[in-house]
Design a protein around this ligand. Structure first.
Ligand SMILES: *Cc1c(COP(=O)(O)O)cnc(C)c1O
Length: 349
């Protein structure tokens, strides 16, 4: 089989949830963000592992994503939708028992008209200018909205991965100004905000990337291994070139492994001539261009020819790979391709 395999350690995900839960202020609940197919790792299996670890409140980006999550979790756990209540969403919201986080006066009107009495939350903008109502809008509708009984008031931090950034304190102050004294449960922090300390935790936190082993949660357990099968080995000699555009030239006799995986599997072209694979503990340089389905690797120094080479594993996290590619770990994870065979390990598997 030439399909690369992506191994996902469900015990590590559960351990990361529990570790973030222990860091969360007493009395505050720890949710779990499962948008984008659990950051590319597979919504059904991962959401179930998170529920087994103790998560009761889940967040997705759009209502359609919630179908797989609801099917995996069954009735009971709350699934909230960051994009709120869009036109045409009422059936999904009712059918899957979703809790939309309403972002605008339009969405509030739509929700209260289409599904009166159905649970909802409110998203407030504290400075990121992406989703949620600004202070003036909120002031105008707060009375009507509060009479309808929102379950949650939430906002999102723009710079939480930089603890010393003044934006954090500014957004915290704005969130207090918009929500103090209202008596509705509040949520401000994702992974980065949890690490900023208890002042940022309020009643519910919303970690995503930290659950999946990514920065800024440095103590996270590694979750993902990505192994690419070697399809072919060949020897090239001094002066021969490898791959598209002849972008790599042998400086001496070289053994080249061609592995199965490429940019169609979410491995960025910017890794071309600029990353390493691992055979166990031994690094092997990626040579030439990353193409759609294949990558070439220098394995001249290996005593035995490997059947697979790892691109993500104990020696190279998604964040390490992201650094080589000029992106962030979030993008590496959420780009992980549909062609991989996903294998789940751990007691929840
Ligand atoms: C994606 C997202 C999260 C989770 O963020 P992480 O940095 O992955 O922990 C939380 N809240 C909102 C609104 C988000 O969009």
């Amino acid at each position: 089989m030439a399909t690369a395999s992506l191994t996902i350690d469900l015990d590590a995900i559960a351990a990361n949830w529990r570790a973030l839960d222990r860091m969360t202020a007493a009395g505050a609940q720890t949710g779990a963000v499962v948008k984008a197919d659990c950051y590319g790792l597979g919504a059904a299996r991962v959401a179930r592992a998170l529920a087994q670890a103790g998560a009761r409140r889940f967040f997705v980006a759009v209502a359609e994503e919630a179908a797989a999550v609801r099917q995996a979790l069954g009735p009971g756990p709350q699934i909230s939708v960051f994009s709120g209540h869009m036109a045409g969403d009422a059936e999904l919201i009712r059918g899957l028992d979703l809790t939309p986080m309403l972002n605008s006066i339009d969405q509030i009107t739509r929700h209260l008209e289409a599904l009166p009495g159905h649970p909802f939350g409110i998203q407030l903008d504290t400075g990121m200018n992406r989703l949620g109502m600004e202070a003036g809008e909120w002031e105008a509708v707060a009375e009507v909205v509060l009479a309808a009984g929102p379950e949650l008031l939430m906002s999102h931090l723009a710079c939480a991965d930089e603890p010393d950034h003044p934006m954090n304190a500014a957004q915290l102050a704005e969130f207090h100004a918009m929500t103090d004294g209202i008596g509705v449960p509040r949520s401000l922090s994702a992974t980065g905000g949890i690490l900023l300390g208890e002042a940022y935790h309020f009643d519910l936190t919303r970690p995503g990337i930290g659950l999946y082993g990514g920065l800024p949660f440095e103590q996270a357990r590694r979750v993902v291994t990505l192994s690419l099968p070697v399809v072919q080995l060949r020897e090239v000699s001094l002066g021969e070139t490898v791959g598209y555009a002849n972008s790599w030239t042998a400086e001496g006799p070289t053994v080249v492994a061609t592995v199965s995986g490429g940019y169609a599997d979410g491995l960025p072209r910017s890794l071309s001539n600029n990353a390493v694979f691992w055979d166990g503990n031994v690094p092997c340089p990626l040579i030439g261009r990353v193409s759609m389905d294949l990558i070439t690797v220098d394995v001249s120094h290996l005593p035995e020819m490997p059947e697979t080479l790892d691109l993500i594993g104990p020696h190279q996290s998604p964040d390490d790979l992201a650094e080589a590619a000029g992106t962030i770990g979030y993008e590496i994870l959420t780009s992980l391709g549909a062609r991989y065979t996903r294998r789940y390990t751990g007691s929840g598997a």
